[in-house]
Design a protein around this ligand. Sequence first.
Ligand code: GDP
Length: 331
Amino acid sequence: MNKEIDIETLAAGVRNGDRRALARAITLVESARADHRTQALAMLDAVGSERQALRIGLSGTPGVGKSTFIESFGLMLTGQGMKVAVLAVDPSSARSGGSILGDKTRMDHLARDPNAFIRPSPSQTELGGVARRTREAVALCEGAGFDVVLIETVGVGQSETVVAHMSDLFVLLLAPAGGDELQGVKRGIMEIADLILVNKADGDLKAQAMRTCADYAGALRLLRKRPQDPPGFPKALTVSALENEGLQAAWAEMRALVDWRRDAGVWDQTRRAQASYWFTEEVRQGMLQLLRDDPDTAARMRRAEAEVRAGTLAPAAGAERVLAALRDAPP
Ligand code: GDP
């Protein structure tokens, strides 16, 4: 990133929907440098937050067809005149040496669509850090006038919950499976899913996909109903990303859910709760950073941790020692 970034120009570029400006702006918010952080905050402020996109969280284990789905679904939406951005929360990417979405050839049609923007996931290891910056990237895409922001995550644990905190609705993509595999999906993910899409409902897999879908529909009915759901939701549907089947129906369900939530005030309520969540998260992470940056505190933490590890100090007592010192002499 250039040293003398003109924040106003960059923000104006983002607001004009200039994809290169957007890409640079996201690079700026992803930067770990303290001076970049100051600039990033100024830029986010200049971009503003009055524009809203529909934020869709999308999760699924590798191989279920996320890239194929995003490509087909994204092209369907751009075909209807919408602007679509695709971002990823993918803490595993740093380990595998490349990001899931970095491989743009997997969505090459969408990547070449002037109404689409695809951003590879940031190369940081810490989930919390990645998620905070992805959330800001989402805000930048909204400021750039995108209608839909798809936030992709690989269905392996914590990252779903984090993505749910920055999405308006959450879609879980599954592959056809035998009935006994139903248990494999974590209950937590079932609980945050608004829509389960059983992909690959085509050819030889179609019948199996329909059975899987019926199984999940049954499982969803057993989950407690949530106040943020209209009747009939959460739902399970079959789609074929490869053959473009059921995508229109899936979109119609998403629209119906979102319209209902807007009318019921759930949309605003959720966004406010999310803002509060991220505020707390920023403070929490910022405080930890402050402590790590303070040499005395950092040394005290290292010493206490060594004793805790050795079994000579209880975890809570060790923490209290660090905290007591902080109360006496804050950093
Ligand atoms: P990802 O790892 O979740 O991003 O999955 P991909 O989109 O890379 O797809 C994994 C494999 O499943 C590829 O070989 C795709 O061609 C295939 N696939 C994806 N969607 C469908 C579909 O709707 N039907 C069928 N039959 N195969 C699909």
